[in-house]
Design a protein around this ligand. Structure first.
Ligand code: FMN
Length: 227
């Protein structure tokens, strides 16, 4: 696992953090993560200890009311054939004209990436005042923790969705409860190839604004402009 340096700095309010992390190391990790699609993720995948760290990372997501509104289902090699049939069946159901090649491609997707997990969110578990939106935010945070941990370990990773997530066959295979939804797959493995150019990131001002005292929403100004 890559070692992130933790230089010491003064502890605010006398509350010692569990570990020391620098903004620079956190930023480096976040910038390093990028989607590597499952077709480019090959063996070796994370070791048992590395996978355990990835799974533990999910538990550090914020979770209003500690509902634990999400869960993950590992899909090991032995279960890939069953998933492949679900993918093919889902395609056949939504497109009766799907060719043998298209069905084979749908099946093949189940065999990509050494580690494959299904993320599931539960809209019904626990306090009903905590709505689905909050539960999805918590699930997204858990997923991001896992992606970042896999990145720190040196693996590529991706979230993928697709129409099969809503298929009755997939719900049955994963024994989803009536109030559960399959959110996306998380794939992890060694990067075989990656696109040379990283995605251009949106400018802060395109997604941040400031609420003015008079209620008018003002465009965001960078810190340099504000001081
Ligand atoms: C819930 C979710 C589902 C996604 N599903 C797919 C997918 O089915 N196919 C795909 O190519 N990318 C999928 N993505 C990945 C995005 O395309 C990717 O995050 C985006 O292109 C930004 O690239 P980056 O992850 O490298 O920042 C998904 C992302 C999320 C959050």
């Amino acid at each position: 696992m890559a070692v992130i340096p933790w230089p010491l700095r003064p502890v605010p309010h006398g509350v010692p953090p569990a570990v020391e992390v620098t903004a620079a190391s956190a930023w480096a990790l976040m910038r390093t993560r990028r989607t590597v699609l499952p077709k480019r993720l090959v063996a070796p995948g994370p070791s048992a200890a590395e996978l355990s760290a990835i799974l533990d990372a999910a538990a550090h997501a914020p979770d209003h009311g500690q509902l634990q509104p999400w869960r993950f289902v590992l899909v090991p090699e032995a279960a890939r054939a069953a998933l492949a049939e679900v993918f093919a069946q889902a395609l056949a159901e939504r497109d009766a004209t799907a060719t043998a090649d298209q069905l084979a491609l749908a099946r093949e997707k189940a065999y990509r990436a050494p580690v494959l997990l299904l993320a599931v969110v539960d809209a019904g578990r626990g306090d009903p005042r905590i709505d689905l939106a909050e539960r999805l935010v918590s699930a997204g945070c858990a997923l991001q923790n896992m992606l970042l941990m896999a990145t720190a370990q040196g693996y590529g990773s991706a979230l993928t969705s697709g129409r099969a997530l809503k298929a009755a066959g997939l719900r049955a295979l994963f024994r989803l409860g009536a109030q559960e939804q399959a959110l996306c797959f998380l794939s992890i493995g060694t990067v075989q190839a990656r696109k040379a150019a990283a995605r251009a990131r949106p400018a802060t001002a395109s997604y941040v604004s400031t609420l003015g005292a008079d209620g008018v929403v003002l465009p965001f100004e960078s810190a340099e402009k504000r001081v």
